[in-house]
Design a protein around this ligand. Structure first.
Ligand code: 6GU
Length: 240
C-alpha cells in the first residue's frame, strides 16, 4: 500500500515511522510520503489560508494551493482521497477494513476552519473522496486524526502484525468490546485470575469470554449491542 499525507506540519507525522508502522515501511509493506503543503505556494509569505466568505471567525485554506498540491501528489495513479474533518462521516473499524484493501490512500490535512469545499467537490469527479471524523470532539487539525487512521489501517495489512489472529479477534470485529485479559501470576495483590481461564476447558473459556464481552459492551457501549444484526447473538448469548 502507498500512503501520502499533505500537511503544513510534516513533523507531526514523524511518529508514522516509529514502531509497528516503521517496521511495515522498512519491510516494504507500506510506502509513505509526507509532503509540505507550502511547497506549492508561490508568494513570499507562503500563505495557505484566507478569511471566510460570509464572515465569521477563523481562516479557510485556499483552494489553489491545495489544487496544485493534490494534482502533484495524486498524479495519474488511482487513489482514495481522505480529508479528515470533525464534520466528516465517522471513521470506524469497518472503514479501516475497507481502506486496508486499497492500493493507495492520500490524506489532505486541513487546519484552521477547514479547506475550501471546492477542493473536495473538484476531486470527487476524479475518484473516491471521503471526509471523515475520528470522533465527536474537535482537534486543531487533521494530522493527529491521520496518525490514528493510518495506524488502524496498516495493522490490518497482511504481514504487519506478528499474529494475524489478533486483528481478527479485535474489539469491534464481532461488534462487541473485548473482555478482560490476564497473565501470570495467578494471584496478585489479593486478586486472582478467574479459575475458568486455567481450567483447560476451551468451550468453557470461549463461553466465559463471550459473556464478559457482552457484559462489558452492555455497560459501556449499549449502542453497539443495539446495532448488532439480529443473527449476531446465539441462544446462549440471549440467555445471558
Ligand atoms: Cl478528522 N479533524 C479534526 N480537526 N478534528 C476532529 C477530527 C478530524 N475528528 C474528530 N475531531
Amino acid at each position: 500500500m502507498r500512503i501520502d499525507v499533505v500537511t503544513i506540519f510534516p513533523g507531526y507525522l514523524a511518529p508514522l515511522r516509529e514502531a509497528l508502522l516503521g517496521r511495515a515501511i522498512e519491510a516494504g509493506l507500506v510506502e509513505l510520503g509526507v509532503h509540505d503543503l507550502r511547497d506549492w505556494t508561490h508568494d513570499v509569505h507562503q500563505a495557505v489560508d484566507d478569511s471566510p466568505y460570509g464572515g465569521g471567525p477563523g481562516m479557510v485554506m485556499r483552494p489553489q494551493v491545495w489544487g496544485e498540491a493534490l494534482d502533484a501528489v495524486l498524479g495519474e495513479e488511482p487513489a482514495r482521497l481522505v480529508v479528515p474533518t470533525p464534520a466528516g462521516r465517522p471513521f470506524t473499524q469497518a472503514t479501516a477494513q475497507a481502506w486496508a484493501a486499497e492500493e493507495r490512500l492520500v490524506f489532505a490535512c486541513g487546519r484552521y476552519e477547514g479547506i475550501d469545499q471546492r477542493v473536495v467537490d473538484a476531486y470527487a469527479d476524479r475518484g473516491p473522496v471521503d471526509e471523515v471524523s475520528i470522533g465527536d470532539y474537535v482537534l486543531v487539525g487533521g494530522e493527529v486524526a491521520v496518525l490514528v487512521m493510518v495506524e488502524a489501517v496498516v495493522r490490518l495489512l497482511p504481514g504487519v502484525l506478528g499474529n494475524p489472529v489478533s486483528a481478527q479477534e479485535d474489539s469491534f470485529s464481532d461488534g462487541l468490546l473485548e473482555g478482560p485479559a490476564y497473565t501470570r501470576p495467578v494471584s496478585w495483590r489479593g486478586l486472582d485470575v478467574p479459575d475458568v481461564l486455567r481450567s483447560g476447558n476451551h468451550a468453557a473459556i470461549a463461553r466465559w469470554r463471550r459473556d464478559r464481552a457482552l457484559e462489558r459492551t452492555a455497560a459501556r457501549r449499549p449502542d453497539l449491542l443495539d446495532a448488532l444484526p439480529p443473527d449476531a447473538l446465539d441462544r446462549a448469548d440471549r440467555a445471558f
